[in-house]
Ligand binder design. Structure first.
Ligand code: ATP
Length: 517
């Protein structure tokens, strides 16, 4: 699939009511999207299939629906907050990100020795430093000599390099304020009092952040933290025994620097995450289990399972707290990219929250008579990103011959029947002779059974079939003259376009069986 086909999907999404640009009539809001009548159905179906597999079909996973705004201390403990008032810098040599105000201080012109984790990385860094920064350095084992500190007054705390990005005051979290007191009022009062007059840029920023911080709260950048924070309440209230999991679906918000590829990366998106708590020592086995389980789940609804792959993170790519991480990647039109991350987060999160909240977060295993802090395996998937994947997976163009013998292009969204927004369309062949009434009766029978059916009498039957192909309706039922005579109806399969007759009285049970795949 090319970028051109990506454009076709974006336009199909708008034309057929899947996804619209947010605030479209005002010129649109960058990086925010609205899910239209068919998009919301598709999204709910994906979410429902995930919930069914992850929660309802298992005894060892329970659900949670937590608030989007949490105590600001949650984000302090999780590490998400550092960076709001702190200048962040990226080391161009070892790629670590650090706070400038916590970095080791040096004077301009001081000789610095850059130390890398191994000889191989030191060799690569030597070439990079010479080529990118034009500085001649020499290597002894994993240490490079010959670089000098610049005027920044600090070097990288990890490798000692003086080669780094500009300082940036940036955090991905959206900040807002809770309560009736407007932080702008406090800031205005501080300005009026003259207290801010002599501060330099960095001190001024710190002061203003402190003034805002009194009532500051954040929109969650992931759903995961609530599962750690509520670990004790959930474990105790449900008397759960390790291993067990807590699952959650919901909105997350990230002030992404670059939003890209339609709904692939947006500022507001939905996630489906599960934290599975296990006894330390069993974590590797569970990691393997969940990686396979999640991969199987994504492929189950796909027409092209070979476009999914599992990619282990290289050691230098791992988050500092993670013992292992796999990405489930999809082959998007622009190349392989992440769809879901599965990480062994060890006891890092429970440990951090225990320390910050001064709460003992432990599990007592009665059978083994021992206490421990569980390790956690986290499969973290994007729901809206998954929706894009299934749109890409479903989109097909075929050349077919129409009733007038002419070749035309048939666009078919080959959604898995369980994901399809509309399950069955009921079409009267013509708008007369009692056919519309009969068709409406059949639609009502489906709706009464909770099967999303749609009545459609607009335009010639061929055009109606094409419309339903384009929105991925797996089955069309056509009421014709014979229906009223012999109680039979035509059922048309979206993918093969084959038609056969079935009895009207069997229609609901037939479709239900076809959907139970
Ligand atoms: P990426 O590397 O693509 O930024 P991430 O590693 O930061 O993703 P996680 O924090 O692991 O992502 O979040 C889990 C999942 O949530 C991702 O695999 C992705 O499907 C989804 N996700 C994360 N950020 C976004 C976003 N800005 N827009 C849409 N989905 C997202």
């Amino acid at each position: 699939m090319s970028d051109d086909q990506m454009q076709k999907i974006v336009s199909l999404c708008k034309r057929r009511g899947f996804v619209f640009q947010s605030s479209d009539i005002y010129g649109g809001l960058r990086s925010a999207y609205d899910y239209g009548p068919l998009g919301v159905e598709l999204k709910r179906n994906i979410a429902q299939e995930w919930w069914r597999r992850m929660v309802h079909e298992r005894e060892d996973v329970v659900g949670l629906d937590a608030s989007i705004i949490m105590h600001p201390k949650v984000w302090e403990a999780s590490g998400h907050l550092s960076g709001f008032s702190d200048p962040l810098v990226d080391c161009k040599v070892c790629k670590s990100r650090f706070r400038a105000d916590h970095a080791p201080e040096v004077s301009e012109g001081d000789a610095v020795e850059i130390t890398l984790p191994d000889k191989g990385k030191a060799k690569a860094a030597l070439i990079q430093i010479q080529e990118q920064f034009g500085v001649e350095v020499t290597r002894s084992k994993r240490t490079l000599s010959g670089a000098v500190a610049g005027d920044r007054g600090y070097v990288c705390p990890t490798c000692n390099s003086p080669f780094m990005s500009e300082e940036r005051q940036f955090n991905l979290m959206f900040r807002t304020s809770l309560g009736p007191v407007d932080p702008l009022g406090r800031i205005a009062a501080a300005i009026e009092s003259g207290d801010l007059a002599d501060l330099d840029t960095r001190a001024l920023r710190t002061k203003l952040t402190d003034l805002a911080a009194e009532s500051a709260v954040y929109l969650r950048p992931e759903t995961a933290q609530a599962m750690f924070v509520q670990f004790l309440n959930i474990q105790r209230s449900m008397s759960l025994k390790v291993p067990f999991g807590i699952a959650q679906q919901g909105r997350s918000f990230r002030n992404e620097i670059t939003t890209e590829h339609f709904i692939f990366r947006s500022c507001e998106f939905d996630q489906m995450e599960m934290e599975f708590f296990v006894e330390p020592g069993t974590d590797d086995e569970w990691m393997e289990y969940w990686t396979n389980e999640r991969m199987t789940w994504w492929k189950r609804y796909s027409n092209e399972p070979e476009r999914f792959r599992l990619r282990p993170h290289a050691p230098d790519e791992l988050a500092h707290y993670a013992k292992g991480c796999f990405d489930i990647e999809y082959l998007y039109p622009w190349g392989w990219g992440e769809l879901e991350g599965i990480a062994n987060r060890t006891d890092y999160d429970l440990g951090k929250h225990a320390k910050a909240s001064k709460t003992k977060i432990e599990y007592f295993d009665q059978e083994k008579n021992k206490k421990y802090v569980p390790f956690v395996i986290e499969p973290a998937a994007g729901l809206t990103r998954g929706l894009l994947v299934y749109l890409l997976d479903a989109y097909t163009e075929e050349t077919v011959t129409n009733s007038k013998g002419k070749e035309e292009t048939r666009v078919v969204m080959r959604f898995h029947p369980r994901l399809a927004p509309v399950k069955v369309a009921v079409l009267p062949l013509v708008k007369k002779d009692g056919m519309p009434e009969k068709a409406r009766e059949i639609v009502e029978a489906f709706l009464a059974e909770g099967i999303n059916a749609s009545y459609d009498q607009q335009h010639a039957i061929g055009r109606r079939y094409r419309r339903h192909d384009e929105i991925g309706t797996p089955f069309c039922l056509t009421v014709d003259g014979d229906t009223l005579q012999d109680g039979t109806i035509t059922i048309r399969d979206r993918d093969t376009m084959e038609q056969r007759r079935i009895s009207v009285s069997d229609a609901v049970s037939e479709i239900r069986a076809l959907l139970a795949v």
